[in-house]
Design a protein around this ligand. Structure first.
Ligand code: VGL
Length: 194
């Protein structure tokens, strides 16, 4: 078994006080750090994504520019490259991250599979190169980027689990629906990550 942990978008703008802050986001950041420190041998590689949008355009309609955001497929301006909102939340210990991925430069990009590493490698290429066959997913937000990343991971033919104590969502109904979709897709929902 070769296991990876995906840490999805644990960034200031997706945590309390951020442009698109989700309730429980800061606790997720701290919880992920605690979890990895308590389980230092569990993963062969830890891969963290960040939304990394352009600041001078709508990013393919992802930012609401002409109307109010609908919080489904148009959003307030968030995670603009190089700004504090795009940084990892301070409670996420970045020394625990092995590979960093950025996504969404000029386009909507919910899934980590749409990102590239600092070396320009795609996520599927990283997973193939390391022979990853098992992926656990944590982070923000349950109903958007965690969902899209977990579905892509499952679609790549790997064993996928979502650690439900280490995710938080934009809205309760869509988060419940996302978890149901994941379960129906064969993704394992793990409620106690200890
Ligand atoms: C996300 C909404 C807009 C996420 C990103 O990280 O889940 N949600 N962009």
């Amino acid at each position: 078994m070769v296991a990876a942990l995906f840490i999805i978008d644990v960034q200031n703008d997706f945590t309390e006080g951020g442009a698109l802050g989700v309730d429980g986001g800061a606790a997720v950041a701290a919880g992920i750090s605690d979890y990895l420190r308590a389980n230092p041998e569990r993963y062969d590689v830890v891969i963290a994504s960040r939304d990394w949008h352009d600041g001078d355009n709508s990013n393919g309609g992802h930012f609401a520019t002409d109307a109010a955001p609908n919080f489904v497929d148009t959003w307030p301006v968030h995670c603009v490259a190089g700004t504090p909102g795009a940084e990892y939340h301070s409670a996420l210990d970045t020394s625990l991250i092995g590979i960093q991925v950025r996504k969404g430069q000029g386009v909507p990009a919910y899934s980590i599979f749409e990102g590239t590493t600092d070396d320009g490698e795609t996520v599927p290429a990283v997973l193939d190169r390391l022979r990853v066959d098992t992926i656990d997913v944590v982070g923000l937000a349950t109903d958007y980027c965690v969902l899209a990343s977990a579905l892509d991971a499952a679609g790549s033919g790997r064993h996928v689990s979502v650690l439900t104590g280490l995710v938080a969502g934009v809205a309760p109904d869509s988060s419940d629906a996302a978890l149901a979709t994941m379960a129906q897709t064969g993704i394992t929902l793990v409620s106690s990550e200890a």
